[in-house]
Design a protein around this ligand. Structure first.
Ligand code: ZN
Length: 469
């Protein structure tokens, strides 16, 4: 017996300008149109609401949920010292599990139905297990990228790079091969930053992805390695199913090389602007035919909602375009980058970047039922924006999201997560946070440093610089 849900009378974003129904049958969208007759379906009245595909977050380190907000005033250099070489060294498997579970729930609550988890907190094999288990438990769709980055903590589980690669292969043998075809979370590989290891090691990491026929992702083109895309190409390692993250310092030729190689781009506007990584490459990427996609990156800095990233990406790109005209002494007569562009970055372009565009990223019959419904009855919608797309990108707040479905399963209804004891999750996340904060404070004291300008981690870490975020 199939399970049918009828979302009745909403405004389908990207659909006709009149109210329409969306019929969900099991995990797929069975019909979209006016006045669908489905007497046996559970009927959900969404009159006055927007009905849209869930967002696709193409870059997040979900493990940082437990250290929410600590990076509020940090540059990339401070971020590397305090988190990558600091807090990370104190993470236990249970911290990874609750961070991942709570972070994925936070994403669902904010209308993100697909997430790419760049999990580079693999201190031990148990850390890897905790990451995938937390993600699975949440009910979100996603890609779990096993991170090779060697967290500099003691005792060491992986004595050298070969040991790390061996574990990755064991992990994929045990965890990836055993996954049912219906699993919502698939797997990939997250490379160590290009400047931290020899090219031969990068090749070994890429070989794991190629051998298991899974995608890979990596941080690329920030100031310390502006030419990392070119170097990857020179080594014969640039190829398809590679999700390149940031690329602020990459040249236009390198961006084109990514497009030509069948690779994809994820930008994270808020970290890039704050931390001194450079201007998001939106305009330059579009000019060479490379569609940007959007990542939240880290809630250790700011909130995990896609609306903020859409708006920051959009207005930064517009500002860059406008400034060129202003510098010529003229007023910009019009604006090139549209709301629809950035909406696509957050939905269908994101889905395409990770090979899921035939399944998610837009509402169409036969696609997976990854759907959000969005209220427009708050005072901030008085009066309602006429253009549904303009409303969704520029007016809506995460708290307006009424319901979230992933593969036809309700993960949020009537503004509340379904089947989640939020108080218990909060309690566990707080305990994890308390542990990590205490470890951080202890290290500060031990090394005689002050809280915000410390070099915690430097005593634990090998010398490092660069392309890490
Ligand atoms: Zn990142």
């Amino acid at each position: 017996m199939s399970k049918r849900i009828l979302l009745k009378g909403g405004q389908v974003v990207g659909g006709p300008r009149v109210p329409a129904d969306v019929l969900i049958e099991n995990d797929i969208i069975a019909a979209i149109g006016p006045s669908i007759d489905a007497a046996d379906a559970e009927i959900i009245d969404v009159a006055g609401m927007l009905v849209a595909p869930g967002f696709v977050d193409t870059h997040r380190h979900i493990w940082q949920t437990s250290i929410r907000g600590v990076a509020a005033d940090w540059s990339l250099v401070e971020y590397i010292r305090f988190i990558r070489l600091g807090y990370a060294t104190a993470y236990r498997p249970e911290d990874v599990w609750i961070s991942t579970y709570a972070g994925a729930l936070e994403a669902l609550d904010a209308g993100i139905t697909t997430i790419c988890d760049f999990c580079h907190i693999m201190r031990t094999p148990e850390h890897a297990d905790a990451g995938i288990e937390g993600l699975d438990r949440s009910g979100i769709r996603g890609q779990f990228y096993y991170g090779f980055y060697d967290v500099p903590s003691e005792p060491r589980s992986f004595l050298d790079h070969d040991a790390r690669v061996r574990h990755a292969r064991q992990f994929f043998d045990a965890r990836f091969r055993a996954r049912p075809a219906s699993a919502l979370v698939t797997m990939g590989v997250a490379l160590t930053e290009f400047n931290l290891i020899p090219v031969a090691h990068t090749a070994d990491e890429i070989a794991v992805a190629r051998d298991f026929d899974i995608p890979l992702t990596m941080h690329m083109g920030t100031l310390s390695t502006p030419d990392s895309v070119a170097r990857l190409a020179q080594a014969g390692l640039l190829g398809p199913r590679m999700l390149h993250v940031h690329c602020n310092a990459s040249s236009d030729d390198e961006l084109k090389a990514i497009a030509d190689s069948g690779g994809a781009l994820s930008i994270t506007p808020e970290t890039e602007l704050q931390m001194g990584m450079g201007i998001p490459v939106t305009n330059r990427a579009l000019a060479v035919g490379l569609r940007p996609t959007l990542g939240i990156d880290i809630v250790s800095d700011y909130s995990g909602d896609m609306f903020a990233q859409m708006r920051i990406a959009l207005q930064t790109a517009r500002a860059m375009d406008n400034q060129k005209v202003l510098d010529a002494g003229r007023m910009p007569p019009e604006i090139d980058l549209k709301v629809a562009d950035v909406y696509d970055f957050a939905t269908i372009d994101g889905a395409r970047a990770i090979g899921l565009d035939t399944q998610v990223g837009s509402l169409a019959v036969g696609k997976q039922a990854d759907i959000i419904t969005v209220r427009q009855d708050g005072i901030h919608h008085a009066p309602r924006t006429a253009d549904p797309l303009a409303s969704l990108v520029l007016q809506v707040r995460p708290s307006d999201i009424d319901s979230v479905f992933v593969a036809g399963q309700a993960r949020k209804r009537d503004g509340r997560l379904v089947g989640v004891d939020v108080a218990a999750v909060r309690e566990r996340a707080q305990a994890s946070s308390d542990h990590l904060a205490a470890a951080f404070a202890e290290a500060m004291q031990r090394t005689g440093q002050t809280a915000t300008r410390a070099t915690y981690g430097s005593e634990l870490a090998r010398a490092t610089k660069g392309d890490v975020s």
